[in-house]
Design a protein around this ligand. Structure first.
Ligand code: CA2
Length: 145
């Protein structure tokens, strides 16, 4: 069974509780349930974590190489600020798909830059919870090659 690590970055635990105008009503639990369902169709086992702490995310990416074949990550606000997360992904040497619920390019200018994108396999942005489903399909296709 192929194993993939899904990382939700800071504040994504608040989904569905605040700012529904930006992120909709979807909750992290609903995303996780749908992602697991989609992954099962692709014979992928998903381990899911959420963290509000940069170092914790860096540590998880650092360990991922030994236990997972790929990473799906929504780095949330760290997308735009974290060289540490970018370097960890680059060092991990396994494919990582960057995911965003919102279209980061249609929002404030400071969200237009992703430090992670250059070291990711690709980026999916703007499709709400379907961004995550598309990410599962993308990583599945890549890992089956
Ligand atoms: O669109 C995305 O998925 C983002 O990664 C979400 C981040 C944001 O900083 C990125 O620019 C784009 C924010 C995640 C915080 O989510 C919240 C959800 C509900 C209430 C408050 C924050």
């Amino acid at each position: 069974m192929t194993k993939v690590l899904l990382i939700h970055g800071p504040n994504l635990n608040l989904l569905g509780q605040r700012e529904p105008d930006v992120y909709g009503k979807v909750t992290i639990e609903e995303i996780n349930r749908d992602v697991k369902k989609e992954a099962a169709k692709e014979d992928i086992t998903i381990k899911i974590m959420q963290s509000n702490h940069e170092g914790e995310i860096v540590d998880a990416i650092g360990k991922a190489k030994d236990n997972f074949e790929g990473i799906i990550i929504n780095p949330a606000a760290y997308t735009h600020t974290s060289i540490a997360i970018r370097d960890a992904i680059s060092a991990a040497g396994i494919p990582a798909v960057e995911v965003h619920l919102s279209n980061i390019y249609s929002r404030e200018e400071f969200r237009h830059t992703s430090l992670v994108a250059p070291v990711a396999l690709g980026q999916i942005s703007g499709f709400g919870k379907y961004s995550y489903i598309l990410a599962v399909k993308a990583i599945a296709k890549t890992l089956k090659k």
